[in-house]
Design a protein around this ligand. Structure first.
Ligand SMILES: [Zn+2]
Length: 143
């Protein structure tokens, strides 16, 4: 069993990259497939975090960085995103990856984002900055 015991990961408590120690896998009862979630404990603040093994494997350099916040685009409902793009949600203070895009019947475009802390969330994209209808009656300013 040659498992990496330590990884570098953005700790949700420290709000920075910290060294994390593998504590164990989360086993689901009645599920025969191997668990995709593993527990890691921050060596700095000692908080445990449940991390997705799939995302950790994806990194090439072996440093197991999940999402680098500096490479994320800050989310704004007026922008358009692509599947696979990393975004940062300022209000929620969470980073996520765009996993799907869809257009609703009323023409609204939305993206499904898999956030690190919050999980999957639907967000609006490509919203016109001003969709207010033109004012029919123009009230004259001072004459
Ligand atoms: Zn920590």
């Amino acid at each position: 069993m040659a498992k990496t015991k330590y990884i570098m990961h953005d700790c949700a408590y420290c709000h920075k990259m910290t060294k994390m120690e593998l504590v164990g896998e989360m086993l689901k009862e009645g599920d025969e497939s191997p668990s995709q979630k593993v527990w890691y404990r921050c060596t700095r603040c000692k908080h445990s975090a449940l991390l997705d093994k799939q995302n950790l494997v994806q990194t090439k350099r072996g440093d197991a960085i999940k999402i680098d916040r500096s490479s994320c685009t800050t989310y704004s409902k007026e922008l358009v995103y692509a599947v696979g793009q990393m975004i940062y949600h300022l209000e929620w203070d969470d980073v996520g990856k765009v996993v799907a895009k869809r257009k609703t019947s009323d023409g609204t475009q939305s993206i499904t984002v898999s956030f690190e802390k919050l999980g999957e969330r639907r967000l609006i994209e490509n919203l016109a900055p001003s969709i207010e209808p033109k004012i029919a009656e123009i009230i004259p300013a001072q004459l």
